[in-house]
Design a protein around this ligand. Structure first.
Ligand SMILES: NC(=O)c1ccc[n+]([C@@H]2O[C@H](COP(=O)([O-])OP(=O)(O)OC[C@H]3O[C@@H](n4cnc5c(N)ncnc54)[C@H](OP(=O)(O)O)[C@@H]3O)[C@@H](O)[C@H]2O)c1
Length: 187
């Protein structure tokens, strides 16, 4: 069981524009031809921040066109927010706030030995990293730059460095990089 931050980024390290647009991403590749189907089949629980959740709610039609359903997840999803947000009907969603450690424990139990997907944003993935709970980064880097926007991973990771475990080219528009996160004091 791994805790994985799986996301797409621009070449200059942004996962969305400043105003939360993902238009730049949709022309870059087809989800079904990426690693996504294999990846999501092994996921037992998901976590996302409120901006990511609200993007899904606002863009339900686009999500449905891309994935076949306005709320594509059958697994339980934990949404981090300090606000009172409305749940999507029929979706298994838990709104939580604060420390990621207790939530991670609940997710681990619910995932039943499958993986935990940290959907984003970057700071939420960073909170799991800070707590020593992040095992892997799987990043599809699109062949575009945005100049500014929502950061991929606003953390300084210097020692131990991330360990590159695979590189997969997807045409000319994307490359997927997988990194294992070394643990402090680990090998
Ligand atoms: N390129 C991709 O593949 C990809 C993947 C994922 C997301 N995205 C996009 O990237 C953008 C990410 O936005 P973002 O960087 O703002 O990140 P986000 O994690 O989606 O949302 C951040 C917000 O979540 C809430 N939050 C985070 N941690 C919390 C905690 N521990 N306790 C309580 N609340 C917490 C806070 O808002 P409140 O407390 O005010 O609710 C915070 O401002 C979105 O537009 C999303 O659609 C892109």
């Amino acid at each position: 069981m791994k805790t994985q931050y799986y996301t797409a980024s621009s070449l200059d390290g942004f996962i969305a524009t400043e105003d939360d647009s993902l238009e730049w991403l949709f022309s870059l590749g087809n989800l079904e031809e990426s690693s996504y189907p294999e990846f999501v089949a092994e996921v037992g629980a998901l976590a996302m921040g409120s901006a990511t959740y609200e993007w899904m709610v606002r863009n339900a039609a686009k999500v449905a066109a891309e994935t076949g359903s306005p709320w594509p997840y059958t697994q339980p999803v934990w949404v981090f927010t300090s606000r009172a947000l409305s749940a999507i009907e029929g979706a298994d969603i838990r709104f939580v706030k604060g420390d990621v450690c207790q939530v991670h424990n609940d997710m681990r139990l619910a995932a039943r030995a499958k993986n935990i997907w940290i959907v984003g944003g970057g700071d939420l993935a960073g909170q799991f990293y800070d707590a020593g709970l992040l095992d892997e980064l799987i990043i599809q880097i699109g062949s575009v730059t945005l100049g500014k926007g929502k950061q991929l991973f606003p953390r300084r990771v210097l020692s131990p460095i991330l360990r590159l475990s695979s590189v997969r080219q997807m045409g000319t528009g994307m490359v997927e990089l997988r990194y294992e996160v070394g643990k402090q004091g680990g090998s």
